[in-house]
Design a protein around this ligand. Structure first.
Ligand code: ZN
Length: 151
């Protein structure tokens, strides 16, 4: 990222969006509105984050970035095929979009809550709300296209 570029990170306390210059991303920033410490470690995550029923709210609904949640299961062939794509996206979208993975077999509450009838299902969240749903295995470029609005 160019040092003059900005990251936009949501305050997990009040929900306001804060702009952080890339050059200062390593500093501990504070929310311009409420003064809470911003979760800037988020900007350096380059791998998908595993989500469970127990931490869905904190890791997805209260995330400082928009979230792409991959609902998958180990026995699902297309899910496995898409695994490397999410690894790539987590790295490519570092500091822009949080990539999360939910095993629907182990986390039936969240799967039922969002009616993930078939897998893979991709759910997009921003500021605590479900914004988009993508069903079935998709090529990477389609996911990128769909997520352009959040980058
Ligand atoms: Zn705040």
């Amino acid at each position: 990222m160019n040092p003059n570029d900005f990251y936009t990170i949501r305050c997990t306390s009040c929900g306001s969006r804060n702009r952080i210059p890339a050059a200062r991303a390593k500093d501990q920033g504070k929310c311009g509105k409420c003064g809470a410490v911003l979760n800037t470690e988020e900007l350096f995550i380059t791998k998908p984050i595993i989500v469970t029923d127990a931490d869905f709210n904190s890791k997805v609904l209260k995330a400082p970035l928009p979230v792409l949640l991959d609902c998958w299961a180990p026995w699902c062939g297309p899910c496995k095929m898409m695994g490397p794509v999410f690894d790539q996206l987590a790295s490519e979208w570092q500091g822009r979009i949080r990539i999360c993975k939910l095993n629907v077999d182990e986390n039936p509450q969240t799967a039922a809550r969002f009616q993930t009838q078939s897998i893979p299902t991709l759910l997009v969240f921003d500021n605590g709300l479900l914004k988009d749903t993508m069903i079935g295995a998709l090529p990477k470029h389609q996911i990128v296209q769909k997520m352009a609005a959040y980058l």
